[in-house]
Design a protein around this ligand. Structure first.
Ligand code: FAD
Ligand code: NAI
Length: 462
């Protein structure tokens, strides 16, 4: 029986990062993973493959819509779907192998198989029982469906099936206008599929700033995505090769149907904790199936910790990673910390959408006095030069102190630009701090500075 300081269950971004940090802090560490490859949902069937397909299909869109404008003439490339999927698989393999390398480098044992916790201090993998002073559960999440809709990963797919369809469908219905629905819906729309997104609420991307929701939907519509809003999907029926989606409009209860070759169910994900034995151990869970933890990521059972998608909070890879590092530090007797107020969210469509901190709606609800500094990418020379002038930076700051409370960006490289604001918020920066910082010209990031200037005496190029 092997003995460890820490055994991590699950090798997604939460688990593998926790394992690496534990090893770096001198703890003898193992990580249990039941998949054939490391990296979890994110590297295998989430962030990474979806970004590969977004990248490839974005390039096609550029070739079809913008190349000729720049004097690059000729037929737009033809799509070789099998090759595109091979490219995606290579990207995934490169990344998952990279984690294997990091495990070896940090002397972390990969215990292959599905783990369970027969009692605190013990982890069972296959027939072997290993001892661990501390256990970190990082078992992640799985797709969740809605009543009347059964995912068969054939005609009715989750994101996992949608990343690996045998052919590009002619018609796709996406249930849910959240992050998965819009990212993968965009991929297929660019590849020529007629995509219709059916959303229960009246706005896309629930929880985002209202200005972003409105403009984002307008831009996606312009690109060719169809939306049916305020519609509750009742059921999906399938024949051998077709699916029929029945939905009810919430405003008048009228029912209608849509035909599709493929239906993508993107109505959220739920924590995955099956087979771990948490119930028998008496580990407290929330009504939504999340493992409950204290501020040190420890559950009510001493020595058992939990992080990532399996616990409360946004289901994001970087949130899981941060918790992984912080939990490892707490176990090693250090002061692990995650600032949940400054976790950015990014949607990797074109244009990208990025946000951090409070939305304008939240500030209104809190009754807080705030200022808005907004700057359109149309006023940014670099964005205009590359035909990406759609969108804006919106900065929300405290009316009195000028301190940054939130930022919402829709436009080129939004997912990278947001981090200037994240760092600023960590340091308690004001809009003036950003406005007084020299930004290189011509860069997209000048739009962030201009939004900060707009919180004071005014943007220059607006
Ligand atoms: P996971 O990544 O789910 O990893 C958990 C691992 O634990 C899995 O490999 C599982 O096999 C293993 N496991 C579970 N139980 C056991 C057991 N008993 N024994 C052994 N192993 C076990 N987030 C972003 O931040 N950016 C993105 O761009 C992004 N894109 C996404 C795209 C898609 C299509 C999807 C589905 C998700 C995306 N996410 C994205 C979300 C992101 O993937 C998750 O937030 C992240 O993977 C959570 O990390 P985790 O370590 O908590 O769990
Ligand atoms: P989501 O929670 O983002 O969106 C689900 C959507 O489905 C919501 O808009 C909801 O109103 C709608 N919905 C729910 N029930 C419905 C019904 N009956 N009919 C019609 N619409 C319905 O969930 P999603 O997109 O599945 O993503 C899951 C998780 O994965 C998210 O929490 C996200 O954080 C993560 N993710 C992150 C990415 C990123 O960071 N770029 C990319 C992809 C996923």
């Amino acid at each position: 029986m092997a003995q460890y300081d820490v055994i991590v269950i699950g090798a997604g971004p939460g688990g593998y990062v926790a394992a690496i940090r534990c090893a770096q802090l001198g703890l003898k560490t193992a990580c249990v993973e039941g998949r054939d490859t490391l990296g979890g949902t994110c590297l295998n069937v989430g962030c990474i493959p979806s970004k590969a397909l977004l990248h490839a299909s974005h390039n096609l869109h550029e070739a079809e819509h913008n190349f000729a404008k720049m004097g690059l003439k000729g037929a737009a490339p033809k799509v070789d779907w099998d090759q595109m999927k091979s490219y995606k698989s290579e990207v995934v393999e490169g990344n998952t192998k990279g984690i294997e390398f990091l495990f070896k480098k940090n002397k972390i044992d990969w215990l292959k198989g599905w783990g369970s916790i027969p009692e605190a201090g013990k982890v069972k993998v296959g027939d072997e029982v290993h001892e661990a002073k501390n256990i970190i559960v990082a078992s992640g999440s799985e797709p969740s469906s809605i009543p009347g809709v059964e995912i068969d990963e054939n005609l009715v797919v989750s994101s996992t099936g949608a990343l690996d369809l045998p052919k590009i469908p002619k018609k796709m219905v996406v249930i849910g206008a959240g992050v998965i629905g819009l990212e993968l819906g965009s991929v297929y729309q660019r590849l020529g599929t007629e995509v219709t997104v059916v959303e229960f609420l009246d706005k896309i991307t629930p929880g985002m700033d209202g200005d972003i929701q409105k403009n984002f939907q307008k831009m996606l519509k312009k690109q060719g995505l169809n939306f049916i809003m305020g519609a509750a999907v009742q059921k999906v029926e399938t024949t051998k090769s077709k699916a029929k989606v029945t939905y009810q409009l919430r405003k008048d209860q009228s029912e209608a149907t849509l035909d599709a070759d493929v239906v993508l169910v993107a109505t959220g994900r739920k924590p995955y904790t099956d087979g771990l034995g948490l119930e028998a151990l008496g580990v407290e869970m929330s009504p939504r199936g999340q493992i409950k933890t204290n501020s040190h990521w420890e559950t009510n059972v001493k020595g058992i910790y939990a992080i990532g998608d399996a616990i409360d909070g946004p289901m994001l890879a970087h949130k899981a990673e941060d918790e992984g590092m912080a939990a490892a530090e707490c176990i090693a007797g250090k002061h692990g910390h995650v600032n949940y107020d400054v976790i950015p969210g990014v949607i990797y469509t074109t244009p990208e959408v990025a946000s951090v901190g409070k939305t304008e709606e939240q500030l209104k609800e809190e009754g807080r006095a705030y200022k808005v500094g907004k700057f359109p990418f149309m006023g940014n020379a670099r964005a205009k030069a590359v035909h990406q002038g759609d969108g804006f930076v919106k900065l929300l700051v405290d009316a009195e102190s000028d301190r940054i409370l939130g930022c919402h960006i829709i436009g080129p490289a939004a997912g990278d630009l947001i981090h200037e604001i994240c760092v600023g918020m960590e340091f308690g920066a004001s809009a003036e701090d950003i406005a007084l910082t020299c930004h290189a010209h011509p860069t997209f990031s000048e739009a962030v500075r201009e939004a900060a200037l707009a919180c004071g005496d005014g943007a220059i190029h607006a």
